[in-house]
Write a protein that binds this ligand. Structure first.
Ligand code: ZN
Length: 116
C-alpha cells in the first residue's frame, strides 16, 4: 500500500488501486474511498480545491448505495459548470439587490437548479 496525497483534499491518503484498474483508487480519511478514472486523474490537479470537492460530491450523488464513488471527466465538467452557474447566480443577486426593478427572468438558471 502506497501513501499519496489525496487528489481531492491533498491530505495523506492511501493508494489502494487494484492491479489492472486504469485510474486510481484512493482511501482518504477525509474523503473516504473513491475512484478516479485515468482521464479525470489527469485533469483533477488543474482544478481548485472547491472544484475537486464538488467533483467528488457529484461522484457520490451518482452511485448506488454501497458502491464506490467514481470521479470521471463528466463529474469534473459538471463541477466546473456548476461553479460557474453559482457564481453567475450570486453576481445576478448582487445586481438585483442594487437595482431591484431590473429583474430579468433567466429560465436557463432555473432549469440548471431544478436538475439538482
Ligand atoms: Zn481526501
Amino acid at each position: 500500500m502506497i501513501t499519496i496525497d489525496c487528489p481531492v483534499c491533498l491530505s495523506t491518503a492511501k493508494n489502494i488501486t487494484p492491479p489492472g484498474y486504469r485510474g486510481i483508487v484512493v482511501s482518504c480519511l477525509r474523503c473516504n474511498v473513491y475512484r478516479v478514472t485515468a482521464n479525470a486523474a489527469a485533469k483533477l490537479p488543474t482544478l481548485k480545491v472547491e472544484g475537486r470537492l464538488a467533483a467528488l460530491e457529484r461522484a457520490k450523488t451518482q452511485i448506488l448505495s454501497g458502491s464506490v464513488p467514481t470521479i470521471s471527466s463528466g463529474c469534473l465538467q459538471r463541477a466546473t459548470s456548476y461553479r460557474r452557474e453559482r457564481d453567475d447566480y450570486q453576481n445576478e443577486r448582487m445586481v438585483r439587490y442594487a437595482k431591484p426593478r431590473t429583474f430579468v427572468h433567466r429560465p436557463e438558471l432555473t432549469e440548471a437548479q431544478s436538475r439538482d
